[in-house]
Design a protein around this ligand. Structure first.
Ligand code: PRP
Ligand code: URA
Length: 209
């Protein structure tokens, strides 16, 4: 899978281990999700386009590179993907934010769309789709389908934990999408939850259930 990057950085692995712990409370879970997204974003944004701008230093005027304006959009998959947005915005505060609302049917595990609002024009932007969990891959594939239907072209997908099944499905469905994964877990269980995983990411971020 040429379009997949699985992180092995010790800071990311350490923070994911704390996320997994069922005794980690909402406050800490939220903070860690943000921090991991920022660490992953640092690498995922390596190819952001730059443009030279004129800056006067105390010594002289020079042309020096800055991130080219209006180039990045972050698109969280609701709800849990929201928890990663602030980590990316800490790196690129001027990024626009879109939203895709999807929930998984508890029985069929198929994703259902309930909201989609993307920044315009989407065609020109690098788009980072965020969702902490890539389980069956249904939500991720559907989200990327929507973004492409709306004209998005340069799309990256970032998840904190992935199951092999979901990673393969997304990678095959959208080989042009670069996928960033914090940790690749063992498998899915009979309820399509990731094992060992961290449980329901949305519930843990928002303190529901
Ligand atoms: C979770 C998670 C992903 C999806 C992953 O969302 O945040 O979006 O499941 O599963 P999949 O790869 O099998 O599609 P959920 O549907 O629980 O909604 P929520 O974030 O609103 O809780
Ligand atoms: N969604 C979650 O939040 N966790 C899983 O393990 C699978 C899907």
């Amino acid at each position: 899978m040429d379009n997949v990057m699985i992180f092995d950085h010790p800071l990311i692995q350490h923070k994911i281990s704390i996320l997994r712990d069922k005794s980690t409370g909402t406050n800490e879970f939220r903070a860690l999700t943000e921090e991991i997204a920022m660490l992953m974003g640092y690498e995922a944004l390596r190819d952001l386009p730059l443009e030279d701008v004129k800056v006067e230093t105390p010594i002289e005027t020079c042309m020096t590179p800055m991130i080219a304006g209006r180039k990045l959009a972050v698109v969280p998959i609701l709800r849990a993907g929201l928890g990663m947005v602030s980590g990316i915005l800490a790196l690129v505060p001027s990024a626009k934010v879109g939203h895709i609302g999807l929930y998984r049917d508890e029985v069929t595990h198929e994703p259902h769309e309930y909201y989609c609002k993307l920044p315009s024009p989407i065609e020109e932007r690098t788009i980072i789709v965020t969702d902490p969990m890539l389980a069956t891959g249904g939500s991720a594939v559907t989200a990327v389908d929507f973004i492409k239907q709306h004209g998005g072209r340069k799309i990256k997908f970032m998840s904190i934990i992935a199951a092999p099944e979901g990673l393969e499905r997304l990678s095959k469905a959208h080989p042009d999408v670069q996928i960033y994964v914090g940790h690749l877990d063992r498998c899915l269980n009979e309820n399509a939850y990731i094992c060992p995983g961290l449980g329901d990411a949305g519930d843990r971020i928002f303190g529901t259930k």
